[in-house]
Design a protein around this ligand. Structure first.
Ligand code: AQP
Length: 334
């Protein structure tokens, strides 16, 4: 029987700092699993990172580190393309066409624009408003059929679908309409300090996140300080007990235990022991990844080689698409 063509998935992460446990649980961990069933393209979205002011040397360092972390977390460059967005110019080339085929009103409604503007009131730049168009180009340039999305990103996917449809109607069928792919284990991990906000690598409070590179002592200390509540019962109730529920989610991810099982395990046990158990489960899970990460990161030539190969593979796919689109819209080709 002929092998069925695997669907193509594109996903990206911004190299804006060391990945947090949130990035790992919500994205990277699942990416490694998707490789068996899909044709995967994983992009380090450095152009998107520019919507917030970056320190040049740090952005460069974070980009290599992010690549090493993806590889350490199980992404296999012989199976998937791992590349840096800015090294595939086709994204920005298609981005302009997308810009000219999207409406101003569509962009003003993006909740992430409102959120990020509020977070960085001193730098509400044009990119902050425009980046969903680049994101649409990231997806459409590969004819990606599936895009793993969290709740916060459904609007972006909708924009990509609308633009694709509009372009297909105006010219001829060109773009695939991408679908959202919700992974079963895509839990949203909340800040340890303010459990009603998501855990973010750019948070200024270092106790709010666990970094993928934190050592065991740091992990245990941060969990010990995690904000919970005053009723002392380990029970899953995200609305009433966001802190405890968040810790339970994390424990569930690394132990596979269901929420009711976790409730029984810590019935009558104080929060101190519960937090220690969660911290230990996380430290145990991260230790082997950290070992691999250190080994891979030390081999700059290898990391760069993977990224070069990834950019070449991605460019081959994306350049074809840009050429096709440019031809369809009437740009002269010699
Ligand atoms: N707390 C989280 N829980 C679950 N998933 C998360 N992701 C991020 N935070 C959590 C997922 O990680 C992927 C890449 O995210 P990104 O780095 O491109 O941007 P982000 O979502 O803005 O992540 P951060 O850590 O909050 O970055 P900064 O602080 O730079 O803005 C996405 O799939 C996202 O869902």
């Amino acid at each position: 029987m002929a092998e069925q063509k695997r669907k193509r998935i594109l996903s990206g992460i911004q190299p804006t700092g060391t990945f947090t446990l949130g990035n790992y649980i919500g994205a990277v961990r699942n990416w490694a699993k998707l490789q068996d069933d899909f044709e995967c393209l994983y992009m380090l979205a450095d152009l998107h990172a520019l919507t917030v002011r970056q320190v040049p040397a740090e952005l460069r360092r974070h980009t290599r580190e992010a690549a090493a972390m993806l590889l350490a977390a199980g992404i296999d460059p012989s199976q998937s393309l791992v590349f840096v967005q800015s090294q595939v110019p086709a994204h920005t080339q298609l981005g302009w066409v997308i810009t000219c085929n999207s409406q101003f009103g569509e962009l003003s409604r993006m909740t992430q624009f409102k959120d990020k503007s509020a977070k960085h009131p001193d730098n509400i730049n044009g990119g902050l408003r425009s980046y969903p168009r680049l994101l649409a180009a990231d997806i459409l340039v590969y004819l990606a059929e599936l895009v793993p999305v969290g709740q916060d990103q459904t609007q972006h996917l909708e924009l990509a679908r609308n633009v694709a449809q509009r372009f297909n109607n105006a010219y001829s069928p060109t773009f695939t309409l991408p679908e959202g792919y919700i992974t079963k284990e895509g839990a949203k991990i909340m800040s340890l300090a303010e459990p009603t906000r998501k855990m973010s690598k750019s948070d200024t409070n270092q106790n709010s996140y666990i970094l993928m590179t934190d050592d065991t002592d740091t992990i245990l200390r941060k969990f010990k300080r995690a904000v919970t509540d005053s009723d002392g019962v380990v029970r899953y109730d995200p609305a009433a007990k966001p802190g405890v529920s968040n810790l339970m989610c994390i424990y569930n991810v690394f132990t596979g235990k269901a929420m009711d099982e976790i409730e029984r395990e810590f019935d009558g046990v104080g929060y101190g022991d519960f937090k220690l158990a969660v911290g230990q489960a996380v430290a145990d899970a991260l230790a082997p990844i950290q070992g691999e990460y250190a080994r891979i990161l030390a081999d700059t030539a290898y990391v760069d080689g993977v990224l070069r190969q990834g950019a070449e593979g991605a460019s081959r796919l994306a350049n074809r698409m840009v050429e096709k689109v440019y031809r369809k819209i009437g740009l002269l080709q010699l």
